[in-house]
Design a protein around this ligand. Structure first.
Ligand SMILES: NC(=O)c1ccc[n+]([C@@H]2O[C@H](COP(=O)([O-])OP(=O)(O)OC[C@H]3O[C@@H](n4cnc5c(N)ncnc54)[C@H](OP(=O)(O)O)[C@@H]3O)[C@@H](O)[C@H]2O)c1
Length: 401
């Protein structure tokens, strides 16, 4: 037995409640050969796992390889950042809590980088209701699999993975128990840092372009907050599909960044956006608007949208959009959407397809991963302060030592 396998075996003994189940889990998980290189087992369900999974094999996957790394023992407790009440960044508590127990269909991931996302601030502030308190924050991370429930097979110890899961997914922590169906192996061409930085926001940008906006080459598109995490990805991805891109942002520096990523026209969001956009498009308006700003820009969106345009309102950075009078959509036959990324990747086949396309965009350098800053886990509150200050561009990450 190799050293990494022996370590994982000892670790598993702390993770399962009943000794018999524990031994079964250890046998199943450790029975796999200790692969040094894996050839595309993105996920292999055990016959006992009653999930309906479709296994699309992405065309480019045959060129990818997947390596494993040696794992340290799993301790009984871990560092995590949680909230016990709603409020400002000061309610984020850096604390010590038990390592989560594995449930059926789950793997335990030793997180290396957790993504900071605007949605984390919504749960912290109470805009979105917390499913339980205390709530460990965070919806996405990258790291290595250290253990699997008896009902799961296919993840060798040390397999590098990324995941995005709904609340409570608890990614601001050293370890997270995640549904295996939500976990994707990271190819060797991508670092764990890049994978965490691209996963949630990249899937958001890409699925919203493909499924919500159905953007075609030559169409007019507009990206609000174009220098942000989702914004920088939207601009680059819209470029890759041949759209004409109008970028908005609140400073010249941010607009210059958007231009560098391929934006064709720049509008400072402090200016009269509607008249500038009418001028730029020659009166046509915008065929697809991507708006994560929300309350502050929604009315302008309705004025700028083209006949039969797609208005994709997907966030609340400036506050939630108030209830909409549906009659406002009539004059231009507007397709108004308020999508959530998880709905486009809830089926395993869709998650694999879109993740594969996303990884290809990064590996082929059509999309650059822009990281604003990497904070220590204990400095999560500072990351929230920075994100909400409008002073950041690109992605914010937590490094979990
Ligand atoms: N629906 C989904 O599934 C989904 C998934 C991921 C993200 N999102 C949403 O996408 C949006 C962007 O998320 P992100 O994490 O990438 O954040 P981000 O864009 O990096 O940061 C938010 C940006 O919004 C702009 N903004 C405008 N008014 C603001 C205000 N009053 N307060 C703060 N910021 C303001 C700022 O850019 P300027 O200074 O240039 O205006 C700011 O940098 C968020 O609304 C988020 O909830 C939705």
């Amino acid at each position: 037995m190799s050293r990494s396998i022996a370590i994982a075996s000892r670790s598993l003994q702390r993770l399962t409640a009943r000794p018999i189940a524990r031994q079964a889990a250890s046998r199943q998980f450790l029975g796999a050969a200790p692969h040094r290189r894996l050839h595309l087992p993105l996920y292999r369900p055990s016959p006992s796992l009653s999930l309906s999974l479709s296994h699309s094999t992405p065309s480019s996957s045959s060129t990818r390889s997947f390596s494993t790394t040696k794992m340290a023992p799993v301790p009984a407790t871990m560092k995590a950042v949680q909230i016990s009440k709603i409020g400002g960044p000061e309610v984020l508590e850096y604390t010590e809590i038990p390592v989560p127990a594995l449930g059926a269909g789950q793997v335990l991931v030793r997180n290396r980088f957790a993504g900071i996302n605007y949605i984390d601030t919504y749960f912290r502030s109470g805009l979105y209701p917390a499913p339980s308190m205390p709530l460990v924050m965070g919806r996405e991370a990258s790291g290595e699999v250290v253990a699997a429930h008896a009902s799961v097979s296919g993840f060798a110890p040390g397999t590098r993975v990324a995941y995005m899961a709904g609340a409570p997914s608890a990614a601001y922590a050293e370890f997270t128990a995640v549904d295996a169906a939500k976990v994707i192996a990271i190819p060797d061409q991508l670092s764990s840092e890049e994978a965490a930085a691209i996963f949630l926001q990249g899937l958001t940008a890409w699925t919203f372009i493909r499924e919500a906006g159905e953007v075609k080459a030559g169409q007019w598109t507009l990206v609000h907050a174009a220098a942000g995490g989702v914004g920088t990805l939207l601009v680059q991805m819209l470029k890759s599909v041949g759209a004409k891109i109008i970028a908005t942002a609140s400073t010249d520096e941010k607009l210059a960044l958007a231009k560098g990523y391929g934006a064709d026209y720049l509008v400072n969001s402090n200016d009269d956006i509607v008249s500038k956009v009418k001028e730029i498009t020659g009166g046509h308006g915008v065929d697809a608007i991507f708006d994560g700003v929300g309350k502050a820009t929604f009315d302008a969106d309705l004025q700028m949208i083209a006949l039969k345009g797609h208005l994709i309102s997907f966030g609340n950075a400036s506050g939630a959009v108030p209830p909409v009078n549906i009659l406002q959509l009539g004059p231009k036959n507007v397709k108004l959407m308020r999508p959530i990324v998880n709905g486009y990747v809830s089926e395993r086949a869709d998650l694999e397809k879109y993740t594969s396309e996303l990884f290809d965009l990064v590996i082929s350098k059509k999309v650059e991963v822009k990281i604003h800053n990497i904070y220590s886990l204990k400095d999560a509150a500072q990351a929230h302060i920075d994100l909400e200050s409008r002073g950041t561009t690109g992605k914010l990450l937590l490094k979990i030592e």
